[in-house]
Design a protein around this ligand. Sequence first.
Ligand code: ADP
Length: 510
Amino acid sequence: SDVVKDSDPMHVIHVTAEMAPIAKVGGLGDVVTGLARACLSRGHTVDVMLPFYECIQRQQVVDLELVSTYNSYLEGEWIPVNAYRGVVTGIPVILIEPSNQFFKGKQVYGGCYNELEAYLFFSRACLEWMQVTGIQPDIIHVHEWQTGALPLLYWDMYHHLSLKKPRIVLTIHNMEHYGECRQEQISKCGLDGSAYATVEKAVDDRTIGHNPERLSLLKGGIVYSNAVVTVSPTYLKETLCSGWLAGTLIKSRDKYFGILNGIDTTMWNPATDVFLPAQFNAHNIEGKKLCKQYVQRGLGLISEASGSGNQMPDAAPEVPLVICITRLVPQKGLHLITHAIKRIEELGGQMIILGKASDARVESEFKHLADLHNQGPSIRILLLYSEELSHMLYAAADMVLVPSIYEPCGLSQMLGMRYGAVPIVRKTGGLADTVFDVDEQSNHHEMTNGFVFEGIDEGSFNWALDRAFTYHREKPEEWTGIVRRVMECDNTWNNTAGKYIEVYNSVRVA
Ligand code: ADP
């Protein structure tokens, strides 16, 4: 095969709150699994340590076995912990099960225990496991605020005990969650919480002078890690310019990297996708036309011109079909999504929104829009989460819309592109790093692959959408070229896992 093998294999242990598919809530779970798989196939040894949530389905873990029982510290006591090994979609996992109430409940997050204290305990229990088993990886890779205390525990405690070899890499997937924490909570896992209440360490910079009690596990993690990664080069720049963590990140500039996430090409491949009524690839997109017709018929989307006669209204192969698949939260540009409905209808296109709201007001706003439009010929608003439907929609779409206000990386535009949907995106974060405007003179023609706008106002959005529609209607040959180019973009881990290996190599001990 053409898989790259790295010359100097190393051992990486991920310590994480999520892993797809056994404990996935969002992109974090996908990234851990995708990166772990890519590193394994390049010849490295990789383990993923995560809490043994009660909601994990045991039958999804192959060869599950109890490998050690040990104690880990919590508030002056030593709590018994079971460590299990197993394999999940080919990736070795180590599941950490404390004997108290931590991680019990029906879901990954939101159980009846103190989440912050549970993850502080988990962070220490992972290091304790390495200490008692003598297993010392080259790299401990932690993710998000949940495991932000591990670098503190490592350098201020376990490195003075028997762990000497590991170096720590932290990936930040979304800077909005910074692990707000009180000193006394840090003390519960055996560190001296008051020692971290300084600007240089973990104090929350927004409260300096009036509340040194408030700490941030994410800030502490940044300060104490050997390298810090965020999920796109543009998001890296944005986080250096705004947000209260900017100061800390600027001080950490020499060890701070932006590396794009990849998409999982085993799960997402239009040439083999079992959810699709017809398969296709960049060289033969006949199957994509069938997918579009299938979705239009299935949802009753018709050409308005043909809807009036007596005969059965036909699906409309020539009408541009735009999709938007997203969590319905403010970050995603809700006002532009609702505006798009109106504008696409005016331009004679079709639009399908597949989205789930967590906020009741947003939910009812979109429900109202669904009632207004779902009987008509051209707009469908589907307020549910459906993995299967998402595959079909990416395959059916001519264009995929991602008008986010901010977007650390974004998977939706990459998935749409792989399925031949041309992205229309706001120029922010990972969207700016993956979509290059067709009309931008400075872009090399072969790399152009979509339509980009900058403002957060309706005018800016219209400008991009209108251009996309004009290309689709009036320049069919150029459009076909764009579709081929989006399908040929390599947004896979093959492309970016090597950058993580470089970061690992830059900090590991020879
Ligand atoms: P975020 O991680 O902020 O939600 P991303 O674009 O990085 O945004 O990832 C979103 C992922 O979730 C994509 O794979 C997208 O297809 C999927 N998704 C979002 N909403 C839905 C939904 N309602 N049904 C099915 N899949 C969805």
